[in-house]
Design a protein around this ligand. Structure first.
Ligand code: GLN
Length: 538
């Protein structure tokens, strides 16, 4: 049976529980053990799919088509373990399962209650779909003391009793603030947070203290004493300059060693930090850089394009370059300003998006990159906008648009059932917005001798999708005659997956989201190639 590590947070949110869990996963793996990572989210949405990126940051999509919390992206990027639908659960999903069961009369007349019915369902989820893992790391969203997270904390308390304390480890991540005015490090918030945790029955085994500066021994002793935790298990995590340093810094603090000690198991090999050291060095020391413009609707919130920012950075790593992201709000981008705003960028990226706002600015920016031969990458919505731009300006279909945001016009982008019902899977009614998209991993076949084939070095690729609308394949020939090639198609040749411009150094649009599969230790070829093109531009 797997051993379970539960990670809770205290004092404030955004301390990096996800990154800490992901780093720990890497370290345990490099000790020779198989790890799985899970996230338990206390909000009432069934999944984050319908939440605005402004509210909750990016929605991370898994191979098996789940819309999940962005922390699952950290998990995948650091551990290399492909996340699954069963790795993210929300209060909304738990309640919806329990209520469905109640309606079916499956509780046999009993009063349905938070304890035991909700907590039982949480416990089922924690165990569900695990088999050969040595460790399952479960992160609890939010912070201890929140009303919302109470059932989860109660469930993990019960769970550790069920499987035996020696098989479950509790890690609590807290803030140890430094007060500039008095030049002091404060342990009180940590003490209070642990007190809160203990009041609901959980004694942490390891405390990770997030701090601006190194925590002196006397303060660690204090935390150890007041929080009833062995001094060796008071681990500090001082702010790092790049997230790739996190596994190195946790290894220095012997987090993995302490975890293995707790479970009384031996390390199978010594941990391998070389790849992280290598990329940390590149990220911190490289002087050369390229400017890449991201023109999107959610640029104000950094986490809204988390995987994308990461993938671009990975592309930089593989080219020994720093990537400067120039974030441009598409809603504020005036057509007259485009030239000026884009004059210093070596690459233009239009990310995924929804709705009409900001489309005209995006379309103009695409025209600018097409005419001025600036490397361009259009992702999902970005590819759809590139199609509209080309149709309007090159095919002279002035009314070309998408049925997503224009009722009238020529719908070169639309829902499949709007064109034909037979031969294609009918999907996507606009009534229910949750879970009605083409989601998850789908195959694409790449055209011989195309740029994309050269980049992927493979005829068949698998990439993750998250969209409702498709480019109408019946326009393929018209586009290709004018030089915009449909260089990747679904295996049944009915759905355009990739477009590329012939007489352009690097102009590619993809209907999928390659950013979800890029990893710092294994950068995605599309991003490496895009950044290389940007490097060679000008
Ligand atoms: N809004 C577009 C669609 O639903 C694109 C979605 C996206 O970019 N993820 O097809």
């Amino acid at each position: 049976m797997a051993r379970y590590i539960f990670v809770t947070g205290g004092v404030v949110s955004s301390l990096g529980k996800g990154l800490s869990s992901a780093s720990l996963a890497y370290l345990i793996q490099s000790r020779g053990y198989k790890v799985r990572l899970r996230k338990l989210d206390p909000y009432l949405n069934v999944d984050p799919g319908t939440m605005s990126p402004f509210q909750h940051g990016e929605v991370f999509v898994t191979d098996d088509g789940a819309e999940t919390d962005l922390d699952l992206g950290h998990y995948e990027r650091f551990s290399g373990v492909t996340a699954k639908k069963t790795d993210n659960i929300t209060t909304g999903k738990i309640y919806s399962d329990v209520l469905k069961k109640e309606r079916k009369g499956k509780y046999l007349g009993k009063t349905v209650q938070v304890i035991p019915h909700i907590t039982d369902r949480i416990k089922e989820f924690i165990k569900h779909d695990t088999s050969k893992e040595d460790f399952v790391i479960c992160e609890i969203g939010g912070i201890v003391g929140d009303i919302e997270s109470l059932p989860f904390v109660e469930a993990i308390r019960q769970f550790s009793n069920d499987i035996g304390k020696k098989n479950a480890l509790f890690i609590h991540l807290t803030l140890v603030p430094y007060l500039k005015a008095s030049d002091e490090i404060k342990t009180k918030p940590t003490q209070h947070s642990v007190k809160e945790l203990r009041s609901i029955g959980i004694q942490p085994d390891i405390i990770i203290c997030r701090s601006e500066r190194s925590i002196p021994l006397e303060h660690r002793k204090k935390i150890s004493l007041f929080c009833n935790v062995d001094i060796k298990n008071v681990i500090e995590t001082v702010d790092v300059k790049t997230i790739y340093e996190a596994p190195i810094s946790f290894a220095k603090e012997k987090l993995d060693v302490q975890v293995l000690n707790y479970f009384k198991i031996k390390s199978k090999k010594s941990n391998n930090l070389t790849p992280w050291k290598k990329i940390t060095k590149i990220t911190l020391n490289t002087k050369r850089h390229v400017n890449i413009a991201i023109i999107g609707k959610y640029v104000e919130l950094k986490d809204a394009y988390k995987s994308l920012d990461e993938a671009l950075t990975h592309g930089g790593i593989s080219n020994n370059l720093k990537v400067n992201l120039v974030r441009i709000d598409s809603e504020k981008l005036k057509v007259s300003e485009i030239k000026n705003k884009l004059k210093n960028v070596s690459g233009i990226l239009i990310p995924g998006g929804f709705g009409k706002r900001g489309t005209e600015g995006k379309i103009e920016a695409i025209r600018y990159s097409r005419i001025n031969k600036i490397p361009f990458l259009g992702i999902c919505y970005g590819m759809q906008m590139a199609i509209i731009e080309f149709a309007r300006n090159q095919l002279k279909i002035k009314k070309a648009t998408s049925s997503e945001f224009d009722k009238v016009g020529i719908h070169i982008i639309g829902l499949m059932h709007e064109w034909e019902k037979s031969g294609r899977k009918v999907k996507g009614t606009d009534k229910d917005l949750g879970g009605t998209m083409r989601l998850g991993s789908y195959d694409a076949i790449l055209k011989d001798k195309s740029k994309i084939r050269d980049i992927y070095k493979s005829r068949l690729i698998k990439e993750r999708h998250r969209h409702r609308y498709e480019v109408d394949i019946s326009y393929k020939e018209k586009f290709e005659k004018k030089g915009l090639i449909f260089s990747g198609l679904s295996p049944d040749h009915k759905l355009p997956e990739i477009i590329e411009l012939k007489n352009h150094p690097w102009f590619i649009g993809v209907q999928f989201h390659p950013e979800f599969k890029s990893r710092p230790l294994n950068p995605h070829p599309l991003f490496s190639s895009f950044i290389r093109a940007a490097k060679n531009h000008r």
